[in-house]
Ligand binder design. Structure first.
Ligand SMILES: [Cu+2]
Length: 274
């Protein structure tokens, strides 16, 4: 029994490390070079900074996991041996408790300082201030809708138009969006852009991203469909699982053409254009 339990615990350690190091080929099958650490390739200008933080925290977790699991296996093995000596009464160790409080506290400080610049850049509005809103994003049970200001770049005018499920954007440009919810909490999550933001009823939350066209082309090399997922990352009701959308990236010229088509469709009774 003693050996069995120690072995089982040791297996947790080995498989745990394996998921960190060997998951790529073993769990997910051979994947493109750009797929690392469970993530799809990143294609936004701030994606690398998010990935750096993700890896930093994952490495801390790996070290802590190995450390604590090794101690656990060793202690389970050592202290499950039959003994004849008397039990020792212990009040614990002040030194030990100070150590395992100070180390996580130190790590949290490291995380806090290393994410400050990235957080400020993505979330604190440096990019969203004074920039025109490219489109408004509406989350509702259970779909995504997008409102564009049209060629005049002003909302609330006759050439505004809506699309559903598909957000069409331009590349290599800081694009600002107003995120809203019609009903409950949702979360606008675009894994390939490394962007995630809650949509809160009653609030208008500005978000921004910039699709790096070179990274985008590289990520989809050889593929015809270069669109990528929008996912709702907040459990928002029975249809949460199907609350998805796509992002399509167009160059400036194609975008202007697409926009003109949408406006024309808006003013006609024809079937929606593709
Ligand atoms: Cu949702």
């Amino acid at each position: 029994m003693r050996y069995l339990f120690s072995l089982l615990l040791a297996a947790v350690l080995v498989f745990g490390v394996w998921t960190f190091v060997g998951y790529d080929n073993w769990l997910l099958g051979p994947s493109p070079e750009s797929y690392h650490w469970w993530w799809a390739p990143e294609i936004s200008t701030y994606g690398q900074r998010i990935d750096f933080l993700f890896r930093l925290i994952a490495m801390m977790e790996l070290v802590m996991f190995v450390l604590t699991m090794t101690l656990l296996v060793a202690f389970v093995f050592k202290y499950s041996a039959p003994r004849k000596d008397k039990a020792v009464f212990s009040h614990g160790s002040h030194k030990l408790e100070m150590t395992w409080t100070a180390i996580p506290a130190g790590l949290l400080v490291v995380i806090a300082f290393s994410q400050m610049g990235t957080w400020a850049d993505i979330k604190m509005g440096g990019h969203t201030k004074d920039k025109p809103v490219f489109a408004e994003i509406y989350a509702s049970q259970f779909d995504w809708r997008f409102r564009y200001p049209g060629p005049d770049k002003r909302f609330g005018t006759a050439d505004d138009f809506d699309t559903a499920y598909e957000l069409v954007v331009r590349a290599d440009e800081d694009l600002v969006f107003n995120l809203r919810s019609h009903d409950v909490l949702h979360s606008f999550f675009v894994p390939m852009l490394r962007l995630k933001q809650d949509a809160v009823p009653g609030m208008t939350i500005p978000i921004w991203f910039n699709v790096d066209s070179e990274e985008w082309q590289a990520a989809f090399e050889g593929q015809e469909d270069k669109t990528f997922d929008i996912i709702c990352a907040e459990l928002c009701g029975w249809g949460h699982y199907k609350m998805s959308g796509r992002i399509r990236v167009l160059d400036d010229e194609s975008f202007a053409k697409w926009e003109a088509e949408q406006v024309a469709r808006h003013f006609s009774n024809d079937e929606p254009a593709g």
